[in-house]
Design a protein. Structure first.
Length: 204
């Protein structure tokens, strides 16, 4: 919502959009039937120059936001502004809704061993990673998730968690962290994932 634009709306225009037009005029403003109650004689007075209203039947008064609060039952400024914007056919932003909480998968019965699964080694070969390079830097992680057993290629990080890959799954076993590999070289290489890291060894 453009709050400044809403503040600039005249009470007369707002009442017109609500279906109320002046029934009379005096030296200070215009008379209307009160938009929030029934009455036989108009007692709702608007001063267009000052942007205020006063109901001589109830003794209430205020500005356009006060009136919107009475009509909508909203006591907060944003709620009143939204009501005005809707009645004036102005664009109203959708309220922010946080993304739903997604629970991290719970790994159970985790076992780490030498990478020997033919299916996992074949998956790496299809990605151009030979067995000797894969076994040098990776392990096999067997785990249980939601009551079912799985296995994946594991690449250990500096916090002793693992990045996990298999043909059908890409995830990690916490904690998440970076992996540093010391090779005695003063130059630092940074990789997005461990498959990229393994691929670089093919050219050395």
């Amino acid at each position: 919502m453009d709050i400044d634009a809403i503040k600039g709306i005249s009470l007369v225009d707002f009442l017109h959009h609500l279906g109320y037009d002046p029934t009379g005029r005096d030296s200070k403003g215009l008379w209307f039937y009160a938009p929030y109650r029934n009455e036989r004689k108009p007692s709702f007075h608007v001063n267009p120059r000052k942007g205020v209203w006063f109901d001589f039947g109830t003794g209430e008064g205020g500005d356009i936001f006060t009136l919107a609060g009475l009509l909508s039952g909203k006591s907060d400024f944003i709620g009143q502004a939204q009501y005005i914007a809707e009645k004036m056919n102005m664009p109203v932003a959708t309220p922010y809704k946080p993304a739903p909480f997604v629970e991290e998968p719970t790994f159970e019965n985790v076992e780490v061993s030498l990478l020997e699964s033919p299916a996992l080694l074949r998956y790496l070969e299809q990605r151009g990673i030979p067995k000797e390079i894969a076994q040098r830097h990776c392990v096999q992680v067997n785990y249980e998730l939601h009551g079912k057993r799985y296995y994946a290629i594991g690449f250990e990080n500096d916090a002793h968690g693992y990045e996990l890959r298999n043909p059908f799954f890409k995830g990690s076993y916490p904690p998440k962290h970076i992996t540093t590999v010391a090779n005695g070289n003063s130059r630092c290489n940074v990789f997005e994932g461990f498959i990229d890291f393994l691929s670089v060894h093919l050219v050395h």
